[in-house]
Write a protein that binds this ligand. Structure first.
Ligand code: NAD
Length: 249
């Protein structure tokens, strides 16, 4: 598949590029240049013309671009205005470009923060209605609504993956630390995207993927059933102690 990745120069984009590289032909879009990368195309998702140009000839898009900055329960900070522009309007532009180019699949990156407002004791369905906290979460919830609009009204095939923080467990910074149970190893994140790109019969789906240890609270059944996702990395089996979902890090 020829895949455009937006926000390809970011934390998740760099790992996904490595993970999807062997099976797909990638085009890497970002506002930050990727030095020495021939697949890089400059594209600001807040500009429809940029996205239309970057997406030319693609079969699918993995949309990651986000206003970088604090991602917690922030209500009022310097990124507020930018978040609406990049996270909501940017998603609208990516979907509008996907519609005009007739893309076969959109994999939109959402966040479990969209459902962070449920009580910590509640079990959360894989596609639970948004319960947002803070403007990051609010804009990610609004972006899901934009996705649903394009799927229902324009027939786009869209998977919204609600993801937690992905990590590479072998990195020195995590050794000897208590980790959050919902965190997902990059190997499993890549598996989820691979499957979301190719799963058959998708109209519009919101699917949560979290680390296996968090499945008692976050429903992983839909990811298994719909995408065939099976987490392969269990952080406890790698010797990590897992703390609470809001464990400081
Ligand atoms: N990292 C996490 O813990 C986490 C958790 C849940 C969900 N997510 C989601 O994963 C996705 C990727 O997050 P990340 O951690 O890689 O973020 P990041 O901040 O590391 O990367 C975001 C990238 O988007 C680019 N970008 C910003 N504005 C842009 C614009 N107008 N046009 C094009 N590109 C633009 C930035 O230059 C950057 O390279 C986001 O959608 C985020 O909401 C991340």
């Amino acid at each position: 598949m020829r895949i455009l990745i937006t926000g390809a120069a970011g934390y998740v984009g760099r790992e996904l590029t490595r993970g999807l590289d062997s099976q797909h032909e990638l085009r890497l879009a970002d506002v930050q240049p990727l030095a020495g990368e021939p697949r890089f195309v400059p594209a600001d998702v807040t500009r429809l013309d940029d996205v239309l140009r970057a997406m030319e000839g693609c079969d699918a898009v993995v949309h990651l671009a986000v206003a970088s900055g604090l991602e917690g329960e922030v209500e009022d900070d310097a990124f507020n205005q930018l978040r609406f522009d990049v996270n909501v309007k940017g998603t609208f532009n990516v979907l509008e470009a996907a519609r005009r180019h007739g893309l076969r699949r959109v994999v939109h990156t959402s966040s479990i923060m969209v459902a962070w407002g449920y009580s910590p004791s509640e079990r959360i369905a894989a596609d639970a209605p948004p319960r947002t906290v803070g403007t990051y979460s609010l804009t990610k919830g609004l972006a899901e609504a934009v996705c649903e609009h394009f799927a229902r009204n324009h027939g786009l095939s869209i998977v919204c993956l609600r993801i937690p923080k992905p990590i590479e467990p072998s990195e020195p910074r995590w050794q000897g630390r208590r980790l959050r149970p919902q965190w997902l190893a990059f190997a499993d994140l890549i598996q989820a995207y691979q499957r979301a790109l190719t799963a058959p019969g998708i109209g519009f789906e919101i699917v949560t993927v979290v680390g296996a240890a968090a499945r008692t609270r976050w429903d992983l059944d839909k990811a298994q059933r719909l995408l065939g996702f099976e987490p392969a990395v269990r952080l406890e089996e790698l010797g990590f102690e897992l703390g609470g979902e809001r464990e400081p890090f």
